[in-house]
Design a protein around this ligand. Structure first.
Ligand code: AMP
Ligand code: ZN
Length: 114
């Protein structure tokens, strides 16, 4: 999608600090980190939000969780744990209209959320 921030990051129009990439997803460090480890995993295909998950693209969330498990082991936060967050819509706190999963680690992430 031409006017989408994360599509522009995926296609290199806007620079990012890349962590991982495969045929389905792109992962990069969040510009405003909320934990020592804070990166985003986004599908390369433009999907506006979790509300747009259908039978056709339902493989994406599972793929994201698999990639994060692999990265957790490689990056060294598997043992201490991590949190995957998806914000959906206004009340969910979504500010960028391209589906993304936050990965937070490196400190005890509080619960419940604010
Ligand atoms: P959300 O509020 O769930 O939609 O999350 C959007 C996230 O994108 C926020 O954590 C922002 O800090 C992050 N973000 C916005 N612009 C950029 C950028 N250019 N590079 C990396 N992360 C970004
Ligand atoms: Zn997009």
């Amino acid at each position: 999608m031409s006017d989408c921030l994360f599509c522009k990051i995926i296609n290199g129009e806007i620079p990012s600090s890349k962590i991982y990439e495969d045929e389905k997803v792109y992962a990069f460090n969040d510009i405003d980190p909320q934990a020592p480890v804070h990166f985003l995993v986004v599908p390369k295909q433009h999907i506006a939000s979790a509300l747009e998950i259908t039978e056709k693209n339902a493989d994406i969330p599972g793929h994201v969780f698999m990639v994060v498990a692999k990265l957790a082991k490689e990056m060294g936060f598997a043992d201490d744990g991590y949190r995957i967050v998806n914000n959906c819509g206004k009340d969910g706190g979504q500010t960028v209209g391209h589906l993304h999963f936050h990965v937070l680690a490196g400190r005890n992430i509080g619960w419940p959320p604010g």
